[in-house]
Design a protein around this ligand. Sequence first.
Ligand SMILES: Cc1cc2nc3c(=O)[nH]c(=O)nc-3n(C[C@H](O)[C@H](O)[C@H](O)COP(=O)(O)OP(=O)(O)OC[C@H]3O[C@@H](n4cnc5c(N)ncnc54)[C@H](O)[C@@H]3O)c2cc1C
Ligand code: SF4
Length: 323
Amino acid sequence: MFPFSFTKATSISEALEAGGRYIAGGTTLVDLMRETVERPETLVDIAALPLREITVTKGGGLRIGALATMTDAAAHPAVRGSYPVISQALELSASAQLRNMATIGGNIMQRTRCTYFRDVTAACNKRQPGSGCAALDGYNRSHAILGTSDQCVATHPSDVAVAFAALEASVRLLGPTGERGVPFADFLLQPGTTPNREQALRPGELITAVEVPAYPRPLKSGYLKVRDRQSYEFALTSAAVALHVRGGVIRAAKVAAGGVGTVPWRLSTVERQLIGRRPSPTLWSDAAARAADGARPLAHNGFKVDLLRRTVERQLRVVGGTA
Ligand SMILES: Cc1cc2nc3c(=O)[nH]c(=O)nc-3n(C[C@H](O)[C@H](O)[C@H](O)COP(=O)(O)OP(=O)(O)OC[C@H]3O[C@@H](n4cnc5c(N)ncnc54)[C@H](O)[C@@H]3O)c2cc1C
Ligand code: SF4
């Protein structure tokens, strides 16, 4: 281990003034520190800040405090009742013990599970800019097929971030220069030429909440996760689907995929196939056929192209009601 200082913030202003690396549940940052992948000089413990509340907003959307645990967010009646896709994505994540500690803010900030990133002896542009990418010619079965660059092909591992991307959530931030909201689509960054830059956070900014907009009712939604084993495993592919059907016609369709992109991957092409159409098995299959448009598979992850299409089709059938 390496030396670092530790401050326990008792208020939001104290946390902002401390000027260090925030730690919430600690379920992933501590691992990275143990492996010396991350070496923050100052840790600011934010666990005691009043950011745990989950509320229904005036318009009927949701505001989930950044320090709400994954367990509490998944079980909240407003989340479970109105946005089951969020509850399901959370409950299919990690383990019960981890979900009791881990927070929503920490979850969307978690770093990739690329094994080369976590092995400090391997070349990794994300960990050490300019050092290369061992995954490109290495074992890349779990890596991304969408949003990749010649600098980095790592997937974003969060499940609930896929649901947030589909639902067009936004992230509330508070920093030295004030408060702002960032649409989820702009919050997590594709690697491009700067894979070490992963989020649109400015120095010192604290995530205070994630806000989910209201949708016309009924909104049926759900999350499907495909993985090598049925628990305690990250997604090979996943699909978050939310549909609003009125008068037998799909009026709103929100679809995103996980396990395949360098960020949670919004499937706008699939959504466009669905809007204004009547639910049917043929529609699900035709729309899902577009799910992997633009994919750039590597030596070992080409199977994800077909698996993604099948995952999306299956979840459209389940949510759309013709399963
Ligand atoms: C074995 C294992 C299996 C897992 N499986 C899954 C899985 O299947 N699906 C899944 O989605 N996740 C999975 N996870 C990840 C887990 O969900 C995360 O570890 C957890 O959500 C992180 O939350 P935390 O509060 O513990 O974050 P911390 O470890 O405290 O922090 C993580 C990062 O977020 C930053 N941070 C935290 N809060 C804030 C804030 N409010 N503002 C700004 N920055 C902040 C920290 O600085 C740090 O960089 C798994 C983890 C483990 C260890
Ligand atoms: S894929 Fe990204 S995280 Fe993994 S080794 Fe390459 S640069 Fe590093």
